[in-house]
Design a binder for this molecule. Structure first.
Ligand code: HEM
Length: 294
């Protein structure tokens, strides 16, 4: 699909910065968004619109909802839904810093910054636990089919829905696991990334096996590690889809909705944020905001 924001389908960059914004009370969101649209090409910056922003503009994007709070015994899935998300992608943290300042300046009439997460590529694309992340991602046309809306008409075709969660790892707990316990938590072997045939039902890749859902729950993960201090870090999870249905089905199974078995990941990591956004398509190289009345 040529008119999707290219940064969605491309491999993760070496560095990323996620900027989140809330609506400024009494501000001019439409004007700010128009200014942003003039500089966004969907590649260096991927933009996502939250439900409250669409509603503020008097629009309804079919399928765009707010991230729901979920809880089970010992598991909390928080929602930190904001109005607008900009994923800055690049190779140089200094460059990202200055681009973030420019984006904030463009948006100041209509939005207030609510969060900022710095991310990076670790090794060949590893989670900070050392496990390779993204192995079973769809590629080529399958990635387009999983992530990019098609057949819904102009303004919607080429768009994508993204689910985002910042996960905070407890490295003390992770490192207290034996090598076998850690491999069983993921369901793959750290040393060679081979999938374990006899992994327990709680293994992460057993919980989330995309073809095991009805309908199949394929999505395109573009997660990146994050860190904020010497000791705090984890995975900034993001998954693009033609809706958020695949993500919701997987998360439900991860927290044990189906069979009471929760994902072994929760032994050493937990989400501290959660949001959904609709990433508009491109038109003539700029984001196409027709679907939200701009
Ligand atoms: C801290 C959080 C997470 C970590 C560290 C993590 C890590 C991993 C790793 C190492 C793999 C195996 C390699 C691969 O295929 O990518 C994997 C697979 C996968 N993960 Fe996660 N993941 C996390 C959260 C999530 C969440 C929240 C979801 C969805 C709700 C999810 C969905 C998937 C899917 C769909 C697969 C591929 C399963 C398959 O079809 O084989 N992950 N993850």
């Amino acid at each position: 699909m040529m008119n999707s924001q290219p940064g969605i389908l491309e491999p993760i960059p070496n560095h990323g910065k996620y900027l989140f914004f809330d609506l400024l009370s009494g501000g001019n969101a439409a004007q700010s968004l128009r200014l942003l649209a003039e500089v966004v090409d969907g590649d260096d910056i991927v933009v996502g619109i939250g439900r409250s922003l669409a509603l503020r503009l008097g629009a309804r994007v079919p399928g765009l909802k707010s991230f729901p709070v979920r809880s089970r015994a010992h598991i909390d899935i928080p929602s930190t839904q904001s109005s607008l998300m900009c994923w800055l992608r690049g190779t140089d943290p200094g460059d990202l810093f200055h681009r973030a300042r420019r984006v904030r300046a463009l948006l100041e009439e209509g939005f207030v910054a609510s969060d900022c997460v710095d991310t990076f590529k670790y090794g060949s694309g590893l989670d900070l636990t050392g496990y390779e992340d993204g192995t079973e991602n769809p590629t080529g046309q399958a990635a387009v089919d999983a992530a990019i809306v098609n057949g819904k008409g102009p303004g919607l075709d080429g768009s994508s829905f993204v689910a985002m969660q910042q996960w905070l790892h407890d490295f003390g707990k992770f490192e207290a696991l034996s090598a076998i316990q850690a491999d069983n938590s993921i369901g793959r072997r750290l040393k060679d990334n081979i999938e374990l045939e006899d992994a327990p039902e709680s293994a992460h890749v057993k919980r989330t096996a995309q073809e095991s859902f009805k309908p199949e729950a394929f999505m395109l993960r573009r997660s990146m590690p994050w860190s904020s201090t010497d000791t705090k870090g984890g995975l900034f999870f993001s998954a693009f889809g033609t809706s958020v249905n695949a993500f919701e089905a997987q998360l439900a199974r991860m927290i044990g909705d189906e069979d009471g078995i929760s994902d072994a990941l929760f032994k050493f990591t937990r989400p501290i944020s959660g949001s959904y956004f609709w990433c508009p398509p491109l038109h003539e190289g700029r984001i196409d905001l027709r679907a939200i009345s701009l």
